[in-house]
Write a protein that binds this ligand. Structure first.
Ligand code: THU
Length: 128
């Protein structure tokens, strides 16, 4: 079944700036109004400044005024589906809470898990 969130992540993955790792990632987040916000990974010659696709997508969404999110999609060209990295899990938790995370590859393999499963016992603003 077509899924426009996954399709958006596949599409934006083509814009990845990944000359160092060659590992291209696309991400898309759906907000509570059904709007889709996309991001790709953006690498830098000083490798540590690289920003993952998920964070690009969520920061773009936040800067456009979106605040509530229902679903996140992550696409990479890997047989074993690529999950968000630890840093992205923390950022996604901050803005999305326990949303559905859809991981997918270019062959159409898909798995959906909740962020709370990927990122149990998270630290967040409730501790402050
Ligand atoms: N990357 C992402 O964009 N998202 C992930 O979930 C995993 C890793 C990027 C960062 C870097 O540009 C490349 O993949 C290799 O780590």
């Amino acid at each position: 079944m077509p899924d426009r969130l996954i399709d958006a992540a596949i599409h934006v993955r083509n814009n990845a700036h990944a000359p160092y790792s060659k590992f291209r990632v696309g991400a898309a987040v759906e907000d509570a109004d059904g709007r889709i916000h996309t991001g790709c990974n953006v690498e830098n010659a000083t490798y540590g400044l690289t920003v993952c696709a998920e964070r690009v997508a969520i920061f773009k969404a936040i800067s456009e005024g979106a605040r509530r999110f229902v679903r996140v999609a992550v696409v990479a060209d890997t047989e074993t589906l690529t999950p968000p990295c630890g840093a992205c899990r923390q950022i996604l938790w901050e803005f999305c809470g326990d949303v559905e995370v859809v991981m997918s590859n270019l062959a159409g393999k898909t798995e959906t898990v909740r962020l709370g499963t990927l990122f149990p016992r998270a630290f967040d603003g409730s501790f402050l």
